[in-house]
Ligand binder design. Structure first.
Ligand code: FMN
Length: 208
């Protein structure tokens, strides 16, 4: 590739802009997301690569505010039990990372410290015995969050979502025993503009 072609290709383009602009958003407007947009985002998820092209992800979409709150409440109680087992130091670490310091107060007041009152929660499941599921779903989720950003929506990956598996409300997702929830993401119209977290850059090693 000629040098001028290279410098042209690394200029910020639409795709790079979306990648750089995406942030984990933890405050949402009280505004539902149109079903067509949800469908478009899920379809972008389907376009992700998957090991041996298994495409074994399944999407479980919640848009009912009351249902989302109920799921959040159940996850909080499971998470609390887990934290109690792991001791006070871990409790403090987990709570501060979960609530991300500055947002802590707002989040506690909102009554939904897991899904941040987002209007859409998507649990992603795959077979329990798919050894690549976590990676496949990671790629799928990132596609979805970038697609969301590109059509004017915000998102946040919610690792805590996988605790849903251990709650009594889990049966409402009607996921068979051969499957498990690996991850969840939330979507909505963001109502905050957090600073970008500084990226660690001393992590590239070229090998001769
Ligand atoms: C696997 C994974 C799990 C995460 N789980 C949560 C979570 O449960 N709650 C939350 O608020 N953020 C969660 N995040 C979001 C990260 O905290 C966030 O991506 C990170 O702080 C970097 O911020 P940025 O996405 O705005 O660049 C998770 C991110 C990843 C990749």
């Amino acid at each position: 590739m000629k040098n001028e072609t290279i410098s042209e290709s690394i200029k910020i383009n639409d795709t790079l802009k979306i990648i750089y602009d995406r942030r984990a958003i933890r405050k949402y407007k009280d505004k539902p997301v149109e079903i067509e947009l949800i469908e478009r985002i899920i379809d972008a998820g389907r376009m992700a690569p998957s090991a041996m092209n298994r495409q074994s992800w399944k999407f479980h979409v919640l848009t009912n505010t009351e249902t989302i709150k109920a799921f959040s409440k159940e996850i909080v109680s499971i998470a609390a039990k887990k934290f109690i087992k792991t001791g006070l130091r871990q409790i403090i670490k987990s709570i501060t990372s979960m609530f991300h310091f500055s947002a802590a107060f707002d989040v506690l007041k909102s009554g939904d410290p897991v899904f941040y009152c987002a209007p859409v929660v998507i649990f992603i499941s795959a077979p329990v015995d798919n050894e690549w599921a976590e990676l496949d779903i990671g790629m799928c989720s990132q596609n979805m969050m970038l697609a969301a950003k590109s059509i004017g929506l915000d998102s946040c990956p919610i690792g805590f979502g996988k605790f849903i598996q251990q709650t009594k409300i889990f049966s409402r997702l009607k996921i068979p025993e051969t499957e498990q929830v690996y991850f969840s993401i939330i979507l909505g119209y963001g109502d905050e503009n957090p600073e970008m977290h500084k990226r660690i850059r001393e992590n590239v090693f070229y090998i001769d």
